[in-house]
Design a binder for this molecule. Structure first.
Ligand SMILES: Nc1nc(=O)c2c([nH]1)NC[C@@H]1CN(c3ccc(C(=O)N[C@@H](CCC(=O)O)C(=O)O)cc3)C=[N+]21
Length: 283
């Protein structure tokens, strides 16, 4: 038996329909500003996707491209200028950043009310306290995807593999808030296969291509693959591969493809966060 594929685009479309409705009721124009340093090909491609989606919705979108060698101080000055600009609703600094820049310092500098990535400590604290606020796009998008396909969250035993600040940790908080029982596993978890094979709901966000193989998955499990790894194929081209090995399709009950799974939800959720920020709502 082959897993039911949980395609991202239809779920993203339903999220975007919500965004359009909210945009119509908005009394002032919404805008998204993305800061990108350097020319990492993955970042160039993601930022382009965000910019295109924003424009397609009629949002004002600006991408600020700075050289890789930009100092932290110069970056912070740009963030401060955008913080103070009342025309700017949402602001994010694309990750990863070059090593001479301290990510946490940059995240702390962004006005929490404009923090559409949900990575400012104020917003992280709100999420873990159960208070409304802007939340990271990928985990919020995953919950929307599950709701779209009618997959239950409450009462589920969920195992997350990956403890990043942008996916694993916030997703744990969101699943807890929805009454799932959560295990947060990671690269140092001993006997990872024993943990993953007891998960009716398995979410993988590690950045290790093909890490989760068929033998690590409970038959019939729902598997959410957050990995977007650029892997060179034999013909010399680069293709996208998830953190979940293709063989898992024969074991899982439901599975998100890569590409075309979680990715489109991340972008759609960013649009929703931008509108929420423009509304001045904290979600
Ligand atoms: N400050 C910050 N916020 C982010 O949200 C952020 C970031 N930095 N750095 C990188 C990651 C990655 N990310 C993705 C966005 C869209 C797709 C996406 O749409 N993927 C498509 C395919 C994309 C392609 O073809 O390259 C898909 O999976 O179908 C994937 C990954 C956002 N990130």
């Amino acid at each position: 038996m082959s897993a039911r594929l949980l395609h991202g685009p239809p779920a993203a479309d339903s999220l975007l329909a919500q965004v359009r409705q909210r945009l119509q009721r908005l009394s002032r124009p919404a805008s998204l500003h993305v800061i990108r340093l350097g020319d990492d090909p993955a970042s160039v491609s993601y930022v382009r996707l965000k910019d295109r989606q924003a424009r397609a919705l009629g949002l004002h979108s600006e991408v600020h491209v700075l050289p890789e060698t930009t100092s932290q101080q110069e970056l912070l000055q740009l963030v401060e200028r955008l913080n103070l600009d009342p025309q700017v609703s949402g602001l994010l600094v694309q990750l990863p950043l070059p090593p001479h820049i301290q990510v946490s310092t940059v995240q702390r500098a962004i006005d929490p009310a404009k923090d559409v990535d949900g990575l400012h400590p104020h917003n992280v604290g709100r999420l873990w306290s159960g208070d409304p606020g802007l939340t990271p796009c990928t985990p919020a998008g995953i919950l929307h995807l599950m709701d779209h396909y009618g997959l239950p969250v409450a009462g589920q035993r969920a195992v997350i593999v990956g403890r990043s600040t942008i996916v694993g940790r916030p997703l744990a908080a969101m699943l807890l808030a929805r009454d799932a029982t959560v295990t947060l596993a990671h690269s140092r978890t001993p006997d990872l296969h024993e943990v993953t094979s007891q998960a009716p709901l398995l979410i993988v966000a590690t950045g290790v291509p093909g890490l989760i193989t068929a033998g690590m998955v409970q038959p019939g499990a729902t598997v959410i693959d957050v990995g977007v790894n650029r892997v060179p194929s034999t013909d010399g081209k680069v293709h996208l591969q998830g953190d979940v090995h293709p063989d898992v399709r024969e074991v899982a009950g439901a599975l998100t493809p890569v590409p075309g799974g979680v990715g489109p939800l991340t972008v759609a959720q960013l649009m929703l966060n931008t509108v929420l920020a423009a509304e001045g709502l904290q979600a």
